[in-house]
Ligand binder design. Structure first.
Ligand SMILES: [Zn+2]
Length: 137
């Protein structure tokens, strides 16, 4: 499956999730990332992954499907329980740097996990920095 916008009924959950929660790309700082979505099937306890790709820099964030669809809000579900056992907080969404895209400085951060809050902190700093950088070019 290739990256694409998921505006139809089936894709509206992940598309709404990323569009609402990550408004600035943490890789390149654009405030119009136009996230494209792919799904990665994997045989792991965390379940399948949603991949979110920034249209501008091709950087990719990944998040387990149950996080995105909200099933981890309760410890009663299997994934919520496993998350608790691994020391992660329920109700907190974790995202991973999956691909650095055109951003060389993120290449050594591939696989690093951040909370949604941290992603947004990085993104807002990035957005601020990119404005400053353009002044000097
Ligand atoms: Zn980007």
């Amino acid at each position: 499956m290739a990256f694409k916008r998921m505006d139809g009924f089936v894709g509206s959950v992940p598309q709404g999730f990323i569009d609402r929660n990550v408004k600035i790309c943490p890789f390149c700082g654009t405030d119009a990332p136009h996230w494209n979505i792919d799904q990665k099937m994997q045989m792991k306890l965390e379940g399948n992954l949603y991949l979110f790709q920034c249209e501008r820099c091709k950087g990719v964030l990944a998040s387990p499907v149950p996080d995105v669809t909200g099933y981890n809000k309760t410890a009663l579900t299997t994934t919520g329980f496993l998350k608790k056992m691994s020391g992660k907080k329920n109700g907190v969404i974790y995202m991973r740097i999956y691909d650095a895209g055109n951003n060389e400085e993120y290449k050594d951060k591939i696989g690093t996990e951040y909370t949604l809050q941290e992603i947004n902190d990085i993104a807002s700093k990035k957005a601020g920095n990119s404005v400053q950088e353009t002044k000097y070019y």
